[in-house]
Design a protein around this ligand. Structure first.
Ligand SMILES: [Zn+2]
Length: 503
């Protein structure tokens, strides 16, 4: 091989190794829509999206994205340029909206006038080597936030610095672009939009108190989180979803709040649909919701990769309930009521299917209800075995580890001889095996040591009647014939006299 040919090869190799990666620049348009500029690497005609499912196309990209130049087209799989010569950069305009889908981050949500939160997963493109390079353009005089970092004063920031190991995270996180600086609360940055002053104050007071409590119990966070709270007035509109959520039943179905939220990498996003004035029940619902969401900050990504939704959601509910109870923000009867509802709704919602093959265990309210029930069982098993550690202390120890908390980790912790030991084997087997879930739950509860009253004439929801609503209808022939027709579990006794599961 001649020196010349070697040189050519070396140059070609260097050229490949240093090929320009794809670029994704995020900025706020003058009218507060999101602008995403995609830079094509040389020789690439298509940038394939990392997230390609049908919902991402039908509900997000097709209706809300528009390519501003003629030289590129948006397709379900990605962004394609019509020729390799033109269109080095294609600009996509994204209309902000509210997706409101279960277990889906919001793609681009307005936070009042001049601020927007987006989730990068919808915009990320495939390609590991070299990985796409993200640039966040903070609005002039405003600020931007991602992965715990803030860029105040406006300007462009390249994220992450190449080789910093954050690529997997920047491809799947929340980025906030805001024309106005964040509010500084105690231990928390905040961006609140479209909420009446009273609710704004309520959120601030509750968030600050809860964070102080969590810091006290679980230690400081690595960085100050950012709380995003956006309101949506629903004056006069019925709260259909609230009717399905027992926490919001009663007055709050007509007057109150319907909260939704997600938490990732130090960003807590809450969307509160509200109508009328917030009363005591609305305040209670808001506190339960906030306590749940804020505790996810202490989870980091430890449940994220673990798969089973009940672990993280049930844990956030369990810690929230015990913290609110300890703070005096939740009395015994509400505490007991929420736990009873958790057991009942979990059993009724999964029904006779084996746990593993019930898709609803991963969506809707059941990850919360079942997760809360399983956490209470694990705690009760440990307590019955003589372990006197309080719920928050147990979880401080578990969360002080480093690995992902998956089902195996949960059961190996609670299956320890100094915790629940063999008392939790029945629950573990029920979740792993093919046994019908609802009939198996009482036995698993008994084994764990959870006491309950089950009237002999009652049975778990028969398959034919399927749902709680069906079971209380007279024409559901197999329905239990007691008033209410719904099994009551005295999990921790009556509210007034026998509260056993508590601090
Ligand atoms: Zn949650």
């Amino acid at each position: 091989m001649t020196v010349f040919r070697l040189l050519v090869l070396l140059l070609a190799w260097c050229g490949l190794a240093h090929a320009e990666p794809a670029g994704i620049t995020l900025s706020l348009a003058d009218d507060n829509a999101l602008t995403v500029q995609y830079r094509f690497p040389a020789g690439a005609s298509t940038l394939r999206f990392a997230m390609q499912d049908a919902q991402a196309w039908e509900l997000v990209r097709k209706p809300h994205w528009r390519v501003l130049e003629d030289c590129a087209v948006l397709e379900p799989q990605g962004l394609r340029r019509r020729s390799l010569q033109g269109c080095e950069v294609a600009t996509v305009r994204v209309e902000p909206g509210l997706l409101r889908l279960d277990r889906r981050f919001e793609p681009a949500q307005s936070l009042g006038d001049g601020a927007l939160a987006l989730h990068t997963r919808y915009y990320a493109v495939q390609g590991e080597d070299p990985a796409a390079r993200w640039i966040v353009r903070a609005p002039a005089g405003g600020t931007a936030f991602w992965l715990g970092q803030e860029r105040p004063g406006g300007g462009e920031a390249l994220v992450p610095a190449p080789a910093s190991g954050l690529q997997a995270q920047i491809d799947d996180t929340t980025v906030v672009l805001s024309r106005r600086p964040f509010e500084q609360w105690h231990g928390l940055r905040a961006l609140v939009a479209d909420l009446p002053e009273a609710q704004r104050r309520e959120i601030r007071a509750a968030a600050e108190a809860l964070l102080a409590e969590y810091r006290h119990s679980f230690g400081a966070l690595a960085f100050e989180p950012l709380l995003l709270a956006a309101g949506r007035s629903r004056a006069g509109a019925p709260f259909a979803a609230a009717l399905l959520d027992p926490r919001l039943r009663g007055d709050d179905a007509a007057v109150g709040i319907l909260p939704r939220g997600d938490v990732q990498d130090g960003t807590v996003r809450m969307t509160l649909e509200y109508s009328g004035k917030m009363g005591d029940r609305g305040r209670g619902a808001l506190r339960v919701f906030l306590a749940h969401e804020l505790f996810h900050l202490w989870h980091g990504r430890r449940f994220h990769a673990a798969g089973e939704a009940w672990l993280g959601e049930g844990n956030a509910d369990w810690i929230a309930l015990n913290t609110l109870h300890r703070m005096g923000w939740m009395n015994d009867s509400v505490y007991v009521l929420l736990l009873e509802q958790a057991f009942n709704e979990c059993a009724a919602g999964i029904g006779p299917q084996p746990w593993r093959s019930a898709p609803q265990r991963q969506a809707g309210t059941l990850p919360y209800r079942c997760g809360l029930a399983f956490q209470a069982m694990a705690f009760e098993a440990a307590r019955r075995e003589g372990n006197s550690t309080a719920p928050l202390d147990q979880w401080r120890a578990i969360l002080s580890g480093a690995g992902a908390v998956d089902e195996a980790a949960f059961f190996s912790w609670y299956g320890r001889a100094d915790f629940g030991g063999a008392r939790l084997d029945a629950l573990r087997a029920l979740l792993a095996g093919d046994a019908p879930f609802a009939p198996g739950l009482p036995a698993a509860m008994r084994a764990a040591g959870v006491s309950f009253d089950l009237a002999p004439s009652l049975s778990w929801m028969p398959p034919a009647c399927g749902s709680k609503a069906a079971a209380i209808q007279v024409n559901c022939v197999d329905a239990p014939s007691v008033p209410g027709g719904y099994i009551h579990l005295g999990v921790i006794g009556s509210a007034k006299s026998r509260v056993e599961i508590r601090q």
